[in-house]
Design a protein around this ligand. Structure first.
Ligand code: FE2
Ligand code: FE2
Length: 297
C-alpha cells in the first residue's frame, strides 16, 4: 500500500501536458509490450510471459465439483444464479467480462489503421493498446484452463450487441473518448474486486489462487496504464462528462452479467471508480505500469 502520491484520474490536464504525456506513454508502451506482431494481434514480451505460464502449468488439486454448471451457463445464464456455487459464478463472471472485451477489441481492430498506416502518435498508441487487449483474452483463457476448463469457446454476443460494438469505434473521437476511458476504468475496478474474490473463494487451492492472481496482475498492470492513456485523450469538458458516466455505464454493463451482481458489490465498484487515484495500487504494479504526469503529486 502506498501513501498519497497521486491525484484523482479526473484531475485537470492542459493540452500541452496531454501532448507531452502521449509522447511519454509511447516510449513506455514500446518497452512494456515489445515488438508488435500485427498478423497475430500479439506483442513479443506479452507472448513470452504467456508462454512462461503455459510451460509451467498449475491446476486445481480438487477438480471443479460441477464443471457442467459452468458450461451450461457460461454463454447464456440458464440457471438461477442463486443456485450456483461461488466458484461457478466466479468463472462465469470472468469469462463474460473477458468476452465483452474480446468482442469490443475485434470490432476496433478492424476499424483502426494498422501500424504501417498510422499517421499520428495517438493511432500508434491505440494499435498497440488493442494488441495488448488481445493478449488479455489469452490470459483469461489460461485462467480458465488453470481451473480445468479446457473446452471454452469464444463466441460472439447477440447480433444486436455485436452491431453496437461494431459501430462504436466508427464514431468520431470526441464521442468515443469519454466512454472508452470509463470502460478502461471499469476494467481496473472489476479486476481489483476479482483479485479479492480469488482470496475468498480459493482458500483451499493456494497454488491456483496465486497463479490466477499472477495472470490477473499481467492484465491489471496494462489496464492501469490504459486508464491513464485513455484519460489523456480527454479535455476539460470530457473529463467532467466522464465522471457523470461512471455510474450509468458501470450499472448497465454489470447488469448484463448477473454473476457479477451475485459476487460483487456493484455500488462499491461505482464508488471505487469515482474515487480512483492510483494510491491503492501496490508499488510492484505501479513500477511496471504508467501514470500521467498530471496525476502525480
Ligand atoms: Fe483489457
Ligand atoms: Fe484496457
Amino acid at each position: 500500500m502506498t501513501k498519497t502520491k497521486y491525484r484523482s484520474v479526473f484531475a485537470p490536464a492542459s493540452s500541452q501536458q496531454r501532448s507531452e504525456n502521449f509522447r511519454d506513454y509511447w516510449l513506455f508502451t514500446q518497452q512494456h509490450g515489445g515488438d508488435l506482431f500485427e498478423a497475430e494481434q500479439d506483442l513479443s514480451k506479452k507472448r513470452a510471459t504467456l508462454e512462461g505460464f503455459q510451460s509451467n502449468p498449475v491446476r486445481l488439486n480438487q477438480p471443479l465439483a460441477n464443471p457442467q454448471a459452468f458450461y451450461r451457463n457460461y454463454i447464456e445464464l440458464v440457471d438461477d444464479p442463486k443456485s450456483l456455487d461461488r466458484m461457478t459464478l466466479l468463472l462465469g463472471a470472468l469469462y463474460k467480462f473477458a468476452r465483452h472485451e474480446w468482442v469490443g477489441i475485434k470490432a476496433a481492430w478492424d476499424v483502426a489503421p494498422d501500424m504501417a498506416n498510422c499517421t499520428t502518435l495517438e493511432d500508434k498508441i491505440s494499435r498497440v493498446h488493442l494488441a495488448e487487449e488481445f493478449c488479455h483474452v489469452r490470459l483469461f483463457d489460461e485462467m480458465l484452463k488453470t481451473c480445468g476448463l479446457d473446452h471454452v469457446a469464444w463466441v460472439p454476443l447477440t447480433p444486436f450487441k455485436e452491431k453496437v460494438y461494431e459501430q462504436f469505434p466508427k464514431l468520431p473521437g470526441f464521442v468515443i473518448d469519454t466512454p472508452a476511458f470509463v470502460t478502461e476504468l471499469m476494467g481496473v475496478t472489476f479486476y481489483c474486486h476479482l483479485y479479492q474474490l480469488f482470496d475468498e473463494i480459493l482458500v483451499d487451492e493456494p497454488a491456483v489462487r496465486d497463479r490466477l492472481k499472477a495472470l490477473l496482475d499481467e492484465i491489471t498492470i496494462d489496464e492501469i496504464a490504459h486508464v491513464g492513456q485513455r484519460r489523456n485523450f480527454i479535455g476539460p469538458v470530457g473529463i467532467r462528462i466522464a465522471k457523470t458516466l461512471v455510474k450509468p455505464l458501470y450499472t448497465l454493463f454489470f447488469k448484463d452479467i448477473p454473476e457479477i451482481g451475485e459476487l460483487m458489490d456493484v455500488n462499491k465498484m461505482i464508488q471505487d471508480g469515482l474515487a480512483f487515484d492510483f494510491n491503492q495500487i501496490p508499488d510492484y504494479m505501479i513500477a511496471r505500469s504508467w501514470i500521467p504526469s498530471y496525476c502525480k503529486i
